[in-house]
Design a protein around this ligand. Sequence first.
Ligand code: HAM
Length: 424
Amino acid sequence: MTEFQAPKGVPEYFPPRSAAFLAVREALAYPAEHAGYGYIELPVFEDTALFVRGVGESTDVVSKEMYTFLDRGERSLSLRPEGTAGVMRSIVENRLDKGVLPVKLWYAGPFFRAERPQHGRYRQLQQVGLEAVGGDDPALDAEVIALADEGFKRLGLRQYRLDLTSLGCAQCRPAYRHVLTAFLDTCDLDDATRQRATVNPLRVLDDKRDEVQRQLGDAPLMVDHLCSSCQEHYDAVRGFLSDAGVEWVEAPRLVRGLDYYTRTTFEFTHELLGAQSGIGGGGRYDGLMASVGGSDLSGIGFGLGTDRTLLACEAEGLDVGAGARVDVFIVPIGEAPRHEAVRLLTRLRQAGVRADMAYGGRGVKGSMKAADRSGAPTVVIIGEDEVASRTAQVKNMIDGTQVAVALDSLLDEVQHRAPQEGTS
Ligand code: HAM
């Protein structure tokens, strides 16, 4: 074992797999960028109270999984476990809600949860997320869900499902909670589960144990207790989702791990990922902004798991981000050719050609091996003879053919060689 290792439960992405990680992140962010969402770079740590109030004290995420510390001024800070509370804080603090509504923002980066690490469950997890704040139009709910779906589709994913439900609002949920609690009182539950039911009875619906599920067959469901405005909203969301060509499954028992959700709530799961199958989730949050000191604006958003989406792509055998890291690789043989190579490399890179060269003055064999490993479809070989004749040998690595090209027209030659499929 090496002297230092990355912290437990923290995945690292290095070549070649890091190219796939970047491709996944880009594909998940693309729909938001192209739908007019602006980028927001959030602090990685915030006032602990923001998450306690925003995400909810009773959630596992806040009560058990936060990385909390005191800074040198004895202020309690926490590494962000999620992005929505931070976006709300920033909108309020920077008065972004005083302009055109809805405020549409997207973000990407690491989040931190001290969970028990396992396949697909990390302590530093990566998300691409977005929030649309200051609008309760059901068409906006459909837009947000469609943008998540489009990200997964861009990657070519097929074996995933969208679960959808409505969690009601401050009017109808308390009444439903009452009905559900009365029902749970008639069930045979252990003390720990009873305790959970008093904190949030909806969580019991999500209990995976057979002996609990067996008793929940007739449990009352939120969707059967929606008030008329929540019912209207939910019907409209489904209508707009159909317009947007998104398919979903009704999931009346869907329970999310964060407390701020109201009305439309959703989760994407992938069927090949086993226990950690959630590749993304989100929903509407009516009271969140007011709870962190802002105006009473509703919003909706999602967080998509970049790590898990990559695992899903791999499970489906999708070759995302594959291909050569450069288009041209230069092999100098001798000292004068090394100078020629650096000049050529500079020109190629300035012209936007992805290029690399063999360093370390290795022999022809070692250099050609490096050229091969780079995956570049074009290799430029420069020896002393070539320097003298102001030419270079240009080798096509796909078919093995080689031609001499004048150094002055090399850039043209390289640019004319169409990039091979999968290399750009
Ligand atoms: P979340 O469901 O807690 O939602 O996380 C979103 C996604 O992040 C999950 O579906 C999963 O793919 C990924 N994820 C969460 N925890 C882990 C972990 N320990 N390891 C690997 N991946 C993980 C939120 O965070 C909300 N802020 C989403 C949202 C935005 N709702 C409204 N706006």
